[in-house]
Ligand binder design. Structure first.
Ligand code: CA
Length: 356
């Protein structure tokens, strides 16, 4: 069950680390802003070009720098701690910081249509909020997926990574298992009753039992691990570049790769958290409020989803740690659950075609 002691300890640790981190990130953000008026986020290493993303390759990868930077100087002032207070100490009771899910929750009333048909997405979409749910603001979200009426979430950072079952209504952590400190957790999916969780740079995919979340095995792969999803036949995996790697779900062996390109034929880099929906793959684009919808056979971007309206009050603008990064499709309603790293809320949304 959810351990208050464990979470409080983790929360205190991270809060203590956040002030120097913000200083470094603010400096990086100012530098980036001086280089680009269009995008204030950095480009992680080993990514290609993209028409939407200016070249900011000289800026450090925030995922790469944040743990180390944070470890360097953990001092935090009382004022900082107060300013950084989150609802994570008691997710079940603090509704003031989470948008009061009761006032906006329509999902279990008139809007729910069980087991809706999955429509292929094509064109440009925005999101319409159906409900707002609490989310652990100490969760550096890397993967999110429904399994029945539970949500499976994985988190990152060295020494803070875990996998957890959460209640999608209350946001309560129902079960949690930490990763070893040397593993930086990434995306997750469930394959035939087995959890598969990526790690960032270790080249290791973990297996775990759904009932207990306890690790049951490991397989290796080449390169970085970012996002993962399973369409019922094959796995799709991202590595922060514009490449999707398709894999055999039993062996985790790569079966093919495809380069994701936008309508202008430009590679779409920084593909991050994934969600397999029907025969399409949705991908967060790291550092952007945009989700791309990919044909995993051709690599074409069939659709885009503008989720810029979702950034919560606890996520500073232009802070590339608090980015959108969590997509879970709810087959019961056809809605999507979206959240981000360290966000204190998770949104249930429906997709709305953009005018014109
Ligand atoms: Ca997902």
């Amino acid at each position: 069950m959810f351990s208050t002691k464990l979470t409080s300890s983790r929360a205190n640790t991270r809060r203590g680390l956040r002030t120097p981190l913000l200083i470094v990130l603010s400096a990086a953000t100012l530098f980036i802003a001086s280089c680009s008026s269009d995008l204030a986020e950095p480009t992680p290493p080993d990514v290609g070009s993209s028409a939407e993303i200016p070249d900011t390759a000289e800026t450090p990868d925030p995922a790469d720098t944040s743990p180390e930077t944070a470890d360097a100087s953990p001092e935090t002032t009382p004022a900082d701690q107060a300013a950084q207070a989150t609802p994570a100490d008691d997710l079940s009771t603090d509704e003031s910081a989470t948008g009061d899910p009761q006032t906006t929750d329509e999902s279990n009333t008139t809007d729910a249509t069980p087991d809706v048909a999955i429509e292929r997405l094509n064109g440009a979409y925005t999101v319409e909020i159906v409900s707002t749910r609490p989310h652990d603001a100490n969760a550096y979200t890397q993967g999110l997926e429904f399994d029945g009426d539970r949500l499976l979430e994985t988190t990152g950072l060295y020494g803070e990574s875990d996998r957890r079952w959460i209640d999608p209504v209350t946001g309560d952590v129902l079960e949690i298992v930490d990763l070893p400190d040397e593993l930086f957790g990434e995306g997750v999916t469930v394959v035939d009753g087995e959890i598969r969780q990526l790690t960032w740079k270790a080249g290791v995919v973990l297996s775990a039992a759904p009932d207990t979340l306890i690790e049951t095995g490991r397989d290796n792969y080449a390169g970085e691990g970012w996002g993962l999803c399973f369409d019922g036949t094959q796995l799709a995996m991202s590595d922060g570049s514009s490449t999707l790697t398709l894999r055999d779900p039993a062996t985790f062996d790569a079966t093919s790769t495809v380069t994701v390109v936008d309508a202008a034929g430009q590679p779409v880099t920084r593909l991050n958290e994934l969600e397999c929906v029907g025969d399409q793959v949705l991908a967060n684009v790291y550092g952007l409020d945009t989700i791309v919808v990919i044909n995993p056979t051709s690599g074409a971007v069939d659709a885009t989803i503008d989720a810029a309206s979702l950034r919560p009050s606890n996520a500073p603008a232009d802070d590339f740690n608090y980015v959108l990064n969590g997509i879970a499709f709810d087959e019961a309603t056809g809605h999507y659950f979206l959240t981000g790293k360290w966000w204190d809320v998770m949104y249930e949304v429906r997709l709305v075609p953009q005018a014109n």
